[in-house]
Design a protein around this ligand. Structure first.
Ligand code: BMA
Length: 350
């Protein structure tokens, strides 16, 4: 029996391959809707088990839940936004068990100055790759991410598949891995080293890899210029927010970015996503049906869109309607549109 089980395991597709297959099937059905830190806090509450702004307005959890591993590298009990890693692990497993999908970002400290991700130093990537002491620190940090991801297993002991999206928004200069951190080849080497540690050295077979520049400023086509390689990327996307509230300008810019990202995705045989977006505080009460939905429809097939967090302690950082919010009715209409997929829609298609 044991031998039979071992043989079956050996022939079974890896969690990564199963997730990729599922993503390819789901993009034919619609665009999955994601929300960062959905189960931990909302615009008006924090740390109340079972709550979710998305579920309280639509009746379903988001199809994708985004989580961040920042501060894991410091052996902190809580992540950079105060969420205990123990809860992050639990909620990732729960999301998987209810048929939803887990996405992970990581904003680690700058190894050069030991300050946060948003305190860059010139040539940080170059130094991390070439200074043996810094490289060892960096590799040990990626090792902690490997430990965390390998600790995610479901009730049958199978590893939970995850989408991992490291080193995002590299065209900007705000992160230490951004455009002032090194050359484009050094950026690619950083991404590839991360992939190498998690997959080759640590043997993790449950990661689907996402790559998301923040748009064509000032690099003409970052989807190609920073692209780390076909063997290390599965999904190509873009991070773009509606900060100005100018719907026409946002739509034009996002459509332009997504069409470039789609070209790259097609050329390399990858999936497309809208990796981060949202309108802060939703001054436009119909933002979801009037602004975001047309973008999703125009850019299909697209795997998913991830809306950023409803930070209970930072009122500015509010991206998804809560129960009773002025934009709640519009969000419900968005939910009801056949193109948008939430956890309930995708749970049927595991
Ligand atoms: C940023 C902001 C910060 C947060 C960080 C990581 O965009 O939301 O408040 O700490 O993401 O989640």
């Amino acid at each position: 029996m044991l031998l039979l089980a071992a043989c079956l395991m050996a022939f079974a597709a890896s969690p990564r391959k199963q997730l990729l297959k599922r993503l390819k099937a789901l993009e034919k059905q619609g665009v999955m809707i994601g929300h960062q830190d959905d189960p931990f806090y909302g615009a008006k509450w924090h740390y109340e088990e079972g709550r979710s702004d998305v579920r309280e307005t639509t009746g379903s959890y988001p199809a994708i839940m985004g989580f961040d591993l920042g501060f894991l590298e410091l052996d902190s009990v809580r992540n950079l936004d105060g969420v205990p890693f123990q809860s992050i692990r639990q909620e990732m497993i729960l999301q998987h068990q209810r048929g939803g999908i887990v996405e992970i970002s990581w904003h680690p400290f700058n190894p050069v100055n030991m300050k946060d991700a948003w305190t860059p130093t010139k040539n940080a990537i170059h130094e991390v790759l070439n200074d043996s002491r810094l490289r060892a620190v960096f590799e040990s940090w990626v090792g902690k991410v490997a430990d965390f991801i390998s600790s995610l297993s479901d009730k049958d002991g199978r590893r939970v598949p995850v989408i991992f999206r490291p080193w995002h928004e590299m065209c900007g200069a705000w992160f230490w891995w951004g455009r002032d951190g090194g050359t484009q080849d050094e950026y690619k080497a950083l991404y590839r080293l991360t992939h190498d540690i998690l997959t080759k050295q640590r043997g993790l077979d449950n990661i689907v890899w996402a790559f998301s520049p923040n748009g064509t400023q000032p690099v003409a086509n970052p989807y190609e210029a920073f692209y780390p390689g076909d063997d290390v990327v599965d999904i190509i996307g873009v991070d773009q927010y509606d900060f100005s509230g100018d719907a026409a300008a946002y739509t034009k810019s996002v459509n332009n970015e997504l069409s470039l990202a789609r070209k790259a995705a097609k050329r390399h045989g990858k999936l497309l996503c809208f990796a981060e977006t949202g309108q802060q505080q939703l001054p436009n009460k119909q933002w979801f049906t009037q602004v975001l939905l047309p973008i999703l429809k125009q850019n299909r097939p697209m795997s998913y869109v991830l809306l950023w967090r409803n930070a209970w302690d930072k009122p500015k950082e509010y991206y998804v309607p809560y129960k009773g919010a002025p934009s709640e009715a519009d969000f419900v209409k968005f939910f009801e549109d056949p193109v948008t997929l939430f956890q309930k829609d995708i749970a049927k298609r595991r």
